[in-house]
Design a protein around this ligand. Structure first.
Ligand SMILES: [Zn+2]
Length: 162
């Protein structure tokens, strides 16, 4: 049984970064990505292990350096996740694709604020135009760049295969 606690995550240089759930903290410990810097009194028991629940862990690799986060390229699945699996033009939830708000042919980049989830129909209708030209309205404009903690989760997910 894993208690619903939060664990403080410290950077390699002992700066507090954010809190994560116990399960994620323990996964990081087991994978050798972090070490416990302070254990709590609570224990986790399974048939094969007894371990103290950490109160704080320190990352061993600089996996969450802000620069790394800022340069994290959006993937298709990350854009879908941010947009809650919803077309950002019609709210539809089927036949989803990725749309460049400013089309690539017009200099639009593969950035968080230029990529949105769009259904095939809306993507085709929009074509090689901007939303204004196509008279289509984005649900969220401009598309959101994830916060640092979201980027950190995203990065961990990619590193650890979550
Ligand atoms: Zn749509």
């Amino acid at each position: 049984m894993i208690p619903a606690l939060q664990v403080l995550v410290l950077s390699t240089t002992y700066q507090p970064l954010y809190m994560v759930g116990v399960q994620k903290a323990i996964t990081l410990l087991y994978l050798g990505k972090a070490v416990s810097v302070q254990d709590s009194e609570r224990e986790i028991r399974s048939p094969s292990i007894v371990m103290r629940v950490p109160q704080a862990i320190r990352l061993l690799a600089k996996v969450v350096a802000r620069r790394a986060l800022d340069s994290l390229k959006p993937t298709r699945s990350a854009i879908f996740k941010r947009d809650k699996q919803q077309c950002q033009y019609c709210s539809g939830k089927t036949n989803l694709t990725i749309d460049h708000v400013v089309p690539r042919s017009r200099g639009g980049l593969d950035t968080w604020d230029n990529l949105v989830t769009a259904c095939v129909r809306c993507n085709n209708r929009k074509g090689d135009r901007t939303p204004q030209e196509a008279q289509m309205t984005l649900l969220v404009a401009p598309p959101r760049t994830p916060r640092a903690i979201e980027l950190a989760y995203e990065l961990w997910g990619r590193l650890l295969g979550w």
